[in-house]
Design a protein around this ligand. Structure first.
Ligand code: KG4
Ligand code: ZN
Length: 327
């Protein structure tokens, strides 16, 4: 079964064809990131105007790469929430029109659930390598620019929220800290890279530990970076790599701790991670090491599937086309 998926929740315009919920036949991602960089963050109006220009082209490219004709598409899936209203509207309108004209079903997809689903996707190349498949039920840790949420995942249509951030999302904290340090946007990859050379024990940025809860809070840690910078003699004296390291240690420790205790609470041995922050090198290492100690199998998507993409939408869409779960 071929599903054509669309993702337009933020600055990306993406179309993808996924076969039987797993095999990526194409995954075309265009981004308007460069147009936003001078503003230090995403400007919604610019994002949606670019998406209007790009969506047709991206769809044609996805069909061409997959070598699939429109009449061989069995269903359409589109991100319906959460996201920027104007951007979502472009994807949803395009997908609805296509579904109507092809007379094929349309599935509206939760973007956050789809981020975690990225762990089930394969390409022609990775399909040949025998790797361990995630098993459900599982705990899911979705960490992106807009969300930090722990889920208990019974099946692909049943995601129960165990905890979420009470203020900033993990990616948002990275982006804000990068802005405080004048490093550019998006901040996550830059801070991640600098932190790798900033190992130290002198600087500490405490992260709130909300007891008896699986909720997170990251605004305090960002504020302590802000005051560290504000109270420095001058900008040149700020040890940027050390600050990046200490911030990253504190934030990733909080994510690791809560994710592992959520698995223990639910007595599950599968942990799925997804979203832009799942690309973070320190989180990948720390969580893998900690999970091993508890016999938990932790899964991260391939780096290009951590960021927003339509393959994760088309993939999870497959399960909406089935009355019964098949895997
Ligand atoms: O999932 P995503 O592409 O978009 C949303 O749904 O929000 O995530 C984007 C977020 C940004 O905040 C970006 O700074 C962060 O993911 N990010 C990272 C890394 N790569 C991207 N954060 C930490 N470390 C990274 N390597
Ligand atoms: Zn996302």
């Amino acid at each position: 079964m071929n599903i054509l998926g669309f993702e337009t929740s933020c600055d990306e315009t993406s179309a993808s064809i996924v076969k039987d919920g797993k095999l990526i036949l194409s995954n075309v991602v265009a981004t308007s990131l460069k147009d936003h960089q001078k503003f230090g963050g995403i400007v919604p109006e610019i994002a949606s105007r670019k998406q209007l220009e790009l969506i047709n082209m991206v769809t044609k490219q996805a069909l061409k790469t997959a070598k699939v004709k429109l009449n061989k598409i069995d269903a359409i899936a589109v991100t319906s929430h959460p996201g920027l209203v104007g951007s979502l509207l472009v994807g949803i309108s395009f997908a609805r029109a296509l579904s109507y004209s092809l007379n094929k079903p349309l599935f509206e997809i939760d973007h956050i659930a789809a981020h975690l689903y990225a762990n089930f996707l394969k390409t022609e190349k990775t399909n040949r390598i025998k790797t361990k498949e995630p098993q459900l039920p599982a705990v899911g840790l979705a960490v992106s620019g807009g969300h930090s949420t722990l889920f208990y995942i019974k099946n692909f249509k049943n995601f129960q929220i165990m905890g979420q951030t009470r203020d900033d999302a993990a990616g948002e904290a990275y982006d804000k800290v990068a802005r405080i340090l004048n490093l550019g946007y998006p901040g996550g990859p830059i801070v991640d890279r600098l932190a790798q050379q900033g190992q130290n024990k002198e600087i500490r940025f405490p992260c709130a530990n909300l007891k008896d809860s699986f909720d997170f809070s990251f605004s305090g840690i960002k504020t302590s970076v802000y005051y560290y910078v504000k109270n420095s003699k001058d900008r040149e004296s700020i040890p940027i790599k050390k600050v990046a390291y200490s911030f990253q240690e504190s934030l990733t420790s909080a994510l690791v701790k809560k994710a592992i205790s959520a698995c223990n609470k639910k007595n599950t041995k599968t942990l799925l991670v997804g979203g832009g922050v799942a690309a973070n090198s320190r989180l990948r290492l720390k969580l893998s090491e900690e999970a091993k100690q508890y016999g938990i199998n932790v899964f991260f998507p391939k780096l290009n599937l951590c960021m927003d993409n339509a393959a994760m939408i088309a993939g999870i869409g497959y399960h909406y086309s089935k009355k019964k779960e098949t895997f």
